[in-house]
Ligand binder design. Structure first.
Ligand SMILES: Cc1ncc(COP(=O)(O)O)c(C=O)c1O
Length: 468
């Protein structure tokens, strides 16, 4: 009995069954043997398999029939768990910030700015031009399109103080979003089982990337002014860590912006410990009352690995970011990138470069600043008036989010569910803590759709909090 003939007969009979009416009688075994020129054993085997798949049923002494009700067998992937063993890292669900929501809810949860805050005209024109360019048909260099690398390097160069050597174009690696850069940097510069210091709270995606890379996350408390440099030094000493992941400007979720003094002290601690600072400048374009000055401009000895994303400011549809790193660290990260994705779509790089080099880009950023300010202030005042129990300890000078502390003892999960039942989606703060949450918090994004509904959203949140 050949395996080939089993497969062939199975395929042909499946096709026959698919076109037959439920209850139709299959040809007898003898005619199937003759028709397919196979042995009776092979035909019986095929019929048993089709029966097990719920496609046919045999009525002894009567014949074999197409099943009237074709019951789908419940999927059983139990063997996979046995084969894979327990996951290396706890499987965290994807963050609330990534959830899409229907139009009729008041959405404070999203991690992305609403469409009205994007430079839509610039993006559409740039994509049309990119589609007509060579980039549409040829692979770009692995580290990125040279003109885009140069743009990222120049942006840092423009604020580099005298006496510090600015980054070179070749220090820039273009990424398909900074999230994948986090994974690469944790794999390439930390390694499985090794400690990684992170601010707490911090970006959920960094916690996720660290878990997947198998690194051991060590939280360092961080407030509106950033981490305490002495605490950071102690964490380096105690753990032997060589890398600190942080967001000095408009941190997600707290909105914190480090003072120049804290930044200088943190850099000093990092240098003294022969370590790296991974500076995630995700909100570079979202300054409101200040600008985001990267700490990376003060470093020319390769201690800062700088991540700069255009995803949220240019368009989540053109997902382009960059990593600026120097020395062997840059080479190791580039090697990791090669293994992970080889290169970033040249069309997307060309489109991103087009957008950020149009005169309209700066005009857009100026308008965006005002819109973010108006939205932030509206949400802050709405919370103060209608939901005073959601206390915003720090009004951020930029970014997209408010970080609100709830009364002690609040069951945040229940609160989130109760709000959602009334049409308001908020994100539970727990997702931003690498270990136990420091308190009951929620994150509210003020860059989402329909700011006209902010007051109503705050009213509902306030009501839900009152009746806890
Ligand atoms: C702090 C932070 N870093 C990185 C990212 C990921 O950015 P990208 O979309 O460029 O991958 C995000 C996205 O929300 C973020 O908030």
């Amino acid at each position: 009995m050949s395996n080939d003939s089993t497969l062939r007969i199975t395929a042909q009979l499946r096709e026959w069954i698919a076109g037959a009416a439920p209850g139709a009688r299959l040809p007898s075994t003898r005619s199937l043997v003759a028709e397919h020129q196979a042995s009776p054993v092979t035909v019986q085997k095929v019929l048993r398999a089709l029966t097990a798949q719920g496609l046919i049923e045999s009525r002894p002494g009567v014949g074999t029939f197409v099943r009237a009700v074709r019951t789908a067998r419940p999927a059983d992937y139990g063997w996979q768990t046995a084969a894979l063993g327990s996951p290396q890292a706890p499987l965290r669900p994807v963050s609330t910030a990534m959830r899409s929501a229907p139009n009729d809810v008041i959405a404070f949860h999203s991690g992305y700015p609403d469409r009205e805050l994007l430079p839509e005209r610039l993006v559409r024109a740039a994509l049309a031009r990119a589609a007509r360019s060579d980039a549409a048909l040829s692979p770009p260099p692995a580290a990125g399109l040279p003109e885009l690398q140069s743009w990222f390097a120049h942006e840092l160069r423009a604020s580099t103080p005298v006496g510090v050597t600015p980054p070179a174009t070749s220090d820039v690696i273009v990424l398909p979003g900074s999230q994948s850069g986090l994974s690469s940097v944790f794999r390439a510069l930390v390694g499985s089982g090794q400690p990684l210091l992170v601010e707490s709270p911090t970006y959920w995606g960094a916690i996720l990337a660290a878990a997947q890379a198998g690194v051991r996350v060590v939280p360092v408390p961080s407030g509106p002014e950033g981490p305490d440099p002495e605490e950071l030094a102690r964490a380096f000493d105690e753990t032997g860590a060589r890398l600190f992941y942080a967001q000095p400007n408009y941190a997600n979720p707290t909105g914190a912006q480090w003072s120049a003094n804290v930044g200088a002290q943190v850099l000093d601690v990092v240098r003294r410990h022969g370590a790296f600072l991974v500076e995630d400048d995700w909100a570079h374009d979202f300054g409101i009352t200040t600008d985001a000055t990267p700490l990376a401009v003060h470093d020319d000895s390769g201690h800062v690995v700088y991540l700069r994303s255009l995803t949220k400011s240019v368009s989540p549809g053109i997902r382009v970011a960059a990593m600026i790193a120097r020395g062997p660290a840059r080479d190791r990260i580039l090697a990791a990138r090669g293994a992970e994705s080889m290169y970033v779509s040249g069309v997307l790089q060309a489109a991103a470069f087009d957008v950020v080099t149009q005169p309209g880009w700066q005009t857009h950023l100026r308008g965006l600043r005002h819109q973010l300010q108006a939205r932030r202030d509206l949400l802050v005042s709405s919370l103060r008036e209608y939901a005073p129990l959601a206390h915003v300890e720090h009004v951020p000078r930029g970014g997209l989010n408010l970080w609100a502390r709830l009364p002690d003892g609040t069951d945040v999960g229940q609160l989130v569910r109760d709000c959602e039942a009334e049409g308001v989606i908020v994100a539970a703060g727990d997702e931003w803590f690498p270990a136990e949450p420091a308190g009951p918090y929620i994150r509210l994004n003020y860059a989402g759709p329909n700011p006209g509904a902010f007051q109503e959203g705050a009213r509902i949140l306030g009501r839900v909090l009152e009746r806890r």
